[in-house]
Design a protein around this ligand. Structure first.
Ligand code: XBP
Ligand code: MG
Length: 250
């Protein structure tokens, strides 16, 4: 059995299904506020998710899907303003409690916390978004449950680059062989694996099903509960939820 010195969680798509009804809606509201007629539908947004990071995603959209748009001379400032407005809308959506945590997430976080296994976050999203999701789902002190939070622009390259996982591992003084990472996407798996993390658990969602999870140790539909255990992609139902005992056996 391999000891576990920390659990490191991705946020979007892993802790909660934030993309379709959170980020996507917030982007569209920010575009409308700015008088732009851009509308990121559910399917288009799935394609745009190929690029991580909201500011990077807006630029990608302009390049690939809206090349006729006459962008202002200072594109970076224009995108940064739009993105700041999007973050405010995202926080408002979280305050409305629109997006719950995925099944089994709260159970596993509480189990790890109860026995003192350190937890951290490694995400591409903006820090404010992390705080807002955690506070609205787990309570006002939830941010303190995490020893390190690696978020947004604190590293130069976003996922699938390994930077954010390397940052978290370095801050925790841990090697990749000592931790378990939780992801929902192929980009996330690549980021964690390239940072040297050997044990990666993937819980895909509608946007990420079918991506490359070949470097993951376990792929299940959800972390699960005792009375509703997870399923693997071939339909096998596990005997219990993803808990610390199962993670030690990976
Ligand atoms: C999350 C993302 C983020 C969010 C938007 O990826 O790609 O860009 O969609 O967040 P991951 P910001 O789950 O792999 O970390 O708009 O705050 O960038
Ligand atoms: Mg994710």
């Amino acid at each position: 059995m391999a000891e576990i010195d920390a659990l490191i969680f991705d946020v979007d798509g892993t802790l909660a299904d934030t993309e379709r009804d959170g980020h996507r809606v917030a982007f569209n509201r920010a575009f409308a506020d700015a008088g732009l007629d851009w509308d990121w539908g559910v399917d288009l947004y799935g394609e745009l998710l190929g690029v991580t990071g909201g500011k990077e995603r807006i630029k990608h959209y302009l390049r690939e899907f809206n090349p006729g748009f006459e962008a202002p001379d200072d594109l970076d400032a224009f995108v940064a303003d739009l993105h700041a407005a999007k973050t405010e809308h995202y926080k408002a959506l979280m305050n409305e409690g629109r997006v719950p945590l995925r099944p089994g997430v709260e159970r596993l976080l509480r189990e790890a916390r109860a026995v003192g296994v350190p937890m951290a976050i490694a995400t591409t999203t903006t820090m404010d978004n992390v705080t807002s999701l955690l506070e609205n789902t787990l309570g006002s002190d939830a941010i303190d449950w995490f020893a390190e939070i690696g978020a947004g622009d604190i590293v130069p390259r976003k996922k699938p680059a390994p930077d954010i996982y390397e940052w978290v591992l370095q801050r925790m003084g841990l090697g990749g062989d000592r931790v378990v990472a939780f992801e929902d996407s192929g980009h996330g798996v690549q980021s964690a694996a390239d940072a040297g993390i050997e044990r990666i658990v993937v819980t895909p969602n509608d946007y990420t099903l079918g991506q490359d999870f070949s470097r993951a140790a376990l792929v299940v539909d959800q972390l699960g509960e005792r009375d509703a255990p997870p399923r693997t992609p071939d339909g096998t139902v596990l005997s219990g939820p993803v808990d610390l005992e199962l993670l030690r056996r990976l």
